[in-house]
Design a protein around this ligand. Sequence first.
Ligand SMILES: C[S@@+](CC[C@H](N)C(=O)[O-])C[C@H]1O[C@@H](n2cnc3c(N)ncnc32)[C@H](O)[C@@H]1O
Length: 255
Amino acid sequence: MTGYDALAEVYEWLISDVKLAPADFAASFADVLDLLPAEAHVLDCSCGTGQLAVGLAGLGLRVVATDASEAMVRRTAELSGEFGASVRTVRADWEELPGHFDDFTFDAVFCVGNSLHHAVGARGRVAALESMSRLLRRGGHLVLTSRTWELVRARGSRLDIGDRIVRRNGRDAVVVYRWEIAPRWEEEHHIEIAIAEVEAAGSVLVRSELLSCWPYRYDELEAELRRVGLRVETSTFDPEAENYTVVASKVQTAG
Ligand SMILES: C[S@@+](CC[C@H](N)C(=O)[O-])C[C@H]1O[C@@H](n2cnc3c(N)ncnc32)[C@H](O)[C@@H]1O
C-alpha cells in the first residue's frame, strides 16, 4: 500500500498539462528514446495513471508498466485500453520486480514523476535502485526524474495552495499541498495532498492523502546509482531548479 490508492481516482489534477497527453509525455524523453533500439523493451516502474507507458507504446516500444498501487495499475490498464495501446501491467513495488522479470530484460527503465522519494530511507532507495539496475541489460538506461530536495527542505514546512482552478475532463478543482519537513534529512517527511473539486451543484468534494517520503541529496543519489552498477550519463541537476532528470547506464551487474 503506497498511499496512492485514493489519489489514483483524482490523479489527473496532480499532473501537469504537458504530461496529460501520452504522446507529449513520451516525447519529453526524446533524447534518451533516440538511444534505444527499435522495438526496445522498456519498463515504467512507477507508472501512476499510465500516460508515459501509453505514450511509449505509441512509439512502437514494448512496454511493461508496474506500480505498487493496485488502483494506479488499474488506471494504466484502462488508459491503455482507451488508446488501443499494448502495455503489460503488473502490480509490484520496486523490490518485488526481480521476482517478476529476469535480470537484463530491459533496454530502459523509467522511474519518473517524483516517485523514488517514497522508498523508505537510504536502505529502501538503494534496494529499489538495485532492482531497477538488475533488470537492465548492460548498457541499458535508467531514466529518473526528481524534485530538488535541497530546495524543498530549505523552504521548510508549509502550505502550497494552488492559485488557480485546474480543469480536467470538464471538472474543476483546487489542489493543496501541505509539506511536513522533518528536522533531519534521514527522517520520514510527509506531503499531504488535497484535491478540492467544485461540483456542478456548487458543493465541494475533498479527497486527500497523507504520503510518506524520504528525501535525498543529489550527491547521495549519484553515489547510490554508482553503488548499484549505474553510471550517470547525463544530469540536469541545478540546485536552483525545482526538478531534474538523470539518465544512468548499466555498467556491471549490481550486487
Ligand atoms: C508521484 S507518482 C508518479 C507517477 C508517474 N510516474 C507520473 O509521472 O505521473 C508516484 C508513484 O510511485 C508509486 N510508488 C510509491 N511507492 C512505490 C514503490 N515502493 N514501488 C513502486 N511504486 C511506488 C505510487 O503508487 C505512484 O504511482
